[in-house]
Design a protein around this ligand. Structure first.
Ligand code: ARG
Length: 466
């Protein structure tokens, strides 16, 4: 071994006649952000070394030395003592250089049959697998919080909207469960993407495979991969798995942003449906009365940030020829930021949903103001034999009458309603009530409180089993 070991020089610079400029060094280095992969890089290296020793490519002594060195490096990283060097470019060369410093020639043998190209692809997949598991678990926690709130509000009536105009009364629990469904599909997408993330690129080496008698299935087994990438050129170059994850993450944020928009609206005094706990809001430096829903607003804004990362990754991959290109180094920051943003957002929302104060009287008042039971009256007439289109017209006239008088439909005298259509009887009053309207939609997927309770039970079962 050299007395003065210069890892970067020995890694590749023997081929070059001049060093890179300081600017090029800074421009090309990734250690500032890819050091986040360190523990996964070590896991990958240990699995690789184990396989090399089992195959007789390196000695058992070398493997033991590598294991010792890596244990030390792990400790140094955990305690913040590890010294990251920009001139060593990335996480891989930093760790390898330190390993050689600690254990000598055994450390230099670690890179046998391997390249940074398959190494980095392996690291990102290991990192992303872990990130997906954390996000999926947090998604379930948010679903649980929403289900718990829905369980308390199966019987709470609110106006359901289309075009943001009062449409028909719905159960507030039913409304919340709509988001549980959305987040449920997000979980399915993440699980689906994970299956394609969880395949081993290592063994592809730089691009063509290696001349050593490696056992890739063994490495896959050691690292908990479900399978191996079957083509070396594809293994080192494509980042579609990262794009797929980011697309799934964008949909998570999109659903969060829809919920955010509703929380902002509902908290506005014009609606007054809910109040958010103070710890998620801020005041104004000029208007003393203000309590602003900062957290949902920010989450709505961060949706754009994550969608931007998706665009960035798509453009990064576009038109790259086979196999590895340095372009791919640019995959990490958007990927890391996507996972961080989604995980933080889901954590904060889980807490926030648990602290929502619901104002059922305000919801009820709003539902009464919007002629939300007009469809129920039309359905009533249909059940009495009137064709639906005719019933629609009768009720439209009744609504006009009520609007002119400034009252609700239920306040119109039955005699007057009978003037519009003789089929209307005293029992029409029942269907004009919010509760009756709600309870009548009693089928799978409907808003009847019975159905809401059944869905709450269904989701609790699903979430407990996950
Ligand atoms: N830092 C690089 C990346 O993130 C590692 C692979 C570099 N390979 C190479 N041949 N330059 O992609």
């Amino acid at each position: 071994m050299h007395d003065q070991f210069d890892h970067k020089k020995d890694a590749w610079s023997a081929r070059f006649s001049e060093p890179v400029s300081a600017l090029v060094q800074r421009y090309t280095a990734s250690v500032g952000f890819d050091q986040r992969l360190a523990l996964f890089d070590i896991d990958g290296s240990l699995a690789h070394a184990t396989m090399l020793a089992e195959q007789g490519i390196i000695s058992r002594d070398d493997l033991a030395a590598i294991g010792r060195g890596m244990a030390q490096i792990r400790e140094d990283i955990a305690s913040g003592r590890f010294e990251w060097k920009l001139e060593l470019e990335d996480v891989h060369l930093n760790i390898e250089a330190r390993l050689v410093q600690l254990v000598g020639d055994a450390g230099k043998r670690l890179h046998t049959g391997r390249s940074r190209n398959d190494q980095v692809a392996t690291d990102i997949r290991l990192w992303l697998r872990d990130a997906i598991d954390q996000i999926a678990a947090q998604l379930r926690a948010l679903q649980r919080a929403l289900v718990d709130l829905a369980a308390q509000h199966a019987d709470t009536v609110m106006p359901g909207f289309t075009h943001l105009q009062v449409a028909q009364p719905v159960s507030f629990g039913h409304h919340l469960l709509a988001y549980v469904e959305m987040f449920g599909r997000d979980g399915e997408r993440l699980r689906d993407a994970r299956a394609r993330v969880n395949r081993l690129p290592l063994g592809a080496a730089a691009l063509a495979g290696t001349t050593f008698p490696i056992d890739r299935l063994r490495v896959a087994q050691l690292l908990g991969f479900d399978g191996v990438c079957q083509n070396s050129l594809d293994a080192v170059s494509d980042r579609d798995f990262a794009i797929e994850f980011t697309a799934a993450a964008t949909l998570v944020m999109l659903h969060v942003s829809r919920l955010s928009e509703e929380l902002v609206l509902w908290m506005s005094p014009a609606f007054g449906f809910i109040d958010l706990a103070d710890r998620f809001c801020t005041g104004s430096s000029i208007m003393p009365q203000k309590k602003n829903p900062d957290v949902p607003e920010l989450a709505r804004g961060k949706t754009g940030r994550v969608a931007g990362h998706l665009m960035g990754l798509l453009m990064l991959m576009k038109a790259q020829p086979l196999a590895y290109n340095k372009d791919n180094q640019e995959d990490k920051e958007p990927l890391f930021d996507t996972a961080d943003t989604v995980l933080d957002t889901l954590r904060i929302f889980t807490d926030m949903v648990g602290g929502i104060r619901v104002k059922p009287e305000a919801m009820q008042r709003a539902a009464l103001q919007g002629y939300a039971t007009a469809t129920d009256l039309a359905d009533y007439l249909v059940k009495k034999g009137l064709p639906f289109r005719d019933a629609h017209e009768v009720v439209a006239r009744a609504v006009r009458l009520a609007v002119d008088r400034g009252v609700g439909l239920e306040a119109l005298p039955v005699a007057e309603l009978q003037g519009l259509c003789p089929l209307i009887g005293d029992d029409a009053l029942d269907v004009l009530q919010l509760r009756g309207s709600l309870a009548a939609r009693d089928h799978l997927g409907g808003t009847a409180p019975n159905q809401v309770r059944a869905q709450v039970a269904r989701w609790r079962g699903l979430l407990d089993a996950a």
